[in-house]
Design a protein around this ligand. Structure first.
Ligand SMILES: O=C(O)CCC(=O)C(=O)O
Ligand SMILES: [Fe+2]
Length: 349
């Protein structure tokens, strides 16, 4: 399913047209992404890396006795989004003030505003990905972001590694020009992060190329909600991949309700008050309430479809679907779908 590395092309750099809105708009309309080397301040990101990985070391994910910035995973520990033990540590990391503030830097707001020609804001829900080595069955599969983040097709995802991210550490790859499909493609059950993927038979006929790079600290990839993308597997021996993927939207566009809550709050209860406990400034707390964006309900049809596919596949003995339902039943016990997952699992034994 993951394309061979030899099929991966180098991302096109757009540093030469940074600050030129017309050129940026023309290029993103053509390529479906923009990539900038060193867009974000590497010193700030290095400090963020130190803080995030120190929290992960306290949580038992980073090998004791090593320097947290080296990102060396504790042997034998592996978990991902959807596992309760993942959110236990993830939400500790989520309380980091610099992690949230970094999305509000002028360089980011100005860049995304130039790209869209509109006044933009980061969405309240900031996202970090903390990826264990050799946990490749759970890698983020091929998808379009709209199924997860919704709102409008014009929303921009900004993906940036917090530390250098060579190909083997599992950075992001985009399918160049894929936004031109102009609609949300069918998404199906996947064991990978987000649990939804586009099947090869649907995107391969587009005849498009995958683009990625050996990312360095500060490098930033920006793309709209219909661009097809995936993460590459983290095949390193022992290194955790740490990255940010924050979303930006026009202040006069609607926002889907779940994007006004902390990430993975639907998996394990977690709120803004808990997020802000140790902050030294209120400047970026609840900032979106002053903007007053229209809040629209989340469309659950994408995730519902994936869930029902997982149930069907589990019944026919598919191991990945069984794994998914076990994880799901544990975190969603007492909900309608949690009970359904449990029922399917008990039919199997
Ligand atoms: O970092 C990942 O594994 C997934 C990121 C992603 O899909 C995104 O930024 O939209
Ligand atoms: Fe994505």
């Amino acid at each position: 399913m993951i394309p061979e590395v030899t099929e991966l092309q180098e991302l096109r750099e757009s540093n030469d047209i940074h600050g030129n809105p017309a050129a940026l708009q023309e290029r993103i309309a053509e390529d479906g992404y923009l990539f900038f080397r060193q867009l974000q301040d590497p010193d700030m990101l290095w400090e963020l890396r130190r803080q995030m990985l120190s929290t992960m070391q306290d949580g038992g994910w980073i090998k004791q006795g090593t320097d947290p910035v080296d990102g060396i995973a504790e042997p034998g520990v592996q978990c991902t989004e959807g596992d309760l033990e993942y959110t236990d540590v993830y939400h500790e990391v989520y309380r980091n003030q610099l992690f949230h503030e970094s999305a509000h830097r002028d360089i980011m707001i100005n860049t995304v505003s130039d790209i869209t020609g509109r006044d933009m804001t980061p969405q309240p829900q900031k996202v970090a990905r903390l990826w264990f080595p050799k946990y490749t069955a759970h890698t983020t599969p091929i998808h379009q972001d709209f199924v997860h983040f919704q709102g409008t097709y014009d929303n921009l995802t900004c993906w940036a590694p917090v530390g250098d991210c060579p190909i083997e550490l599992g950075g992001l790859a985009v399918l160049r020009g894929s936004h031109k499909v102009g609609h949300v493609m069918d998404h199906h059950f996947s064991l990978g992060a987000g649990s939804l993927m586009i099947n090869a038979q649907d995107y391969e006929p587009l005849g498009l190329q995958w683009h990625t790079t050996n990312y360095q600290l500060g490098d930033t990839l920006i793309f709209p909600a219909l661009t097809i993308h995936m993460a590459l597997p983290n095949v390193t021996e022992d290194k955790l991949r740490v990255s940010l993927d924050n979303r930006y939207q026009a202040i006069d566009d609607p926002i889907a309700e779940h994007m006004t809550e902390p990430h993975l709050a639907s998996f394990s209860p977690f709120n803004w008050k808990e997020t802000y406990t140790d902050w030294t400034s209120t400047k970026f707390q609840y900032y979106w309430k002053d903007i007053g964006m229209e809040i629209i309900p989340k469309d659950n049809s994408f995730s519902d479809r994936g869930f029902h596919e997982a149930c069907e596949l589990a019944r026919s003995g598919n191991d990945e679907a069984v794994h998914h339902l076990r994880r799901f039943a544990k975190r969603a016990a007492g909900t309608e779908q949690g009970d359904e997952a449990q029922r399917v699992l008990s039919e199997l034994t």
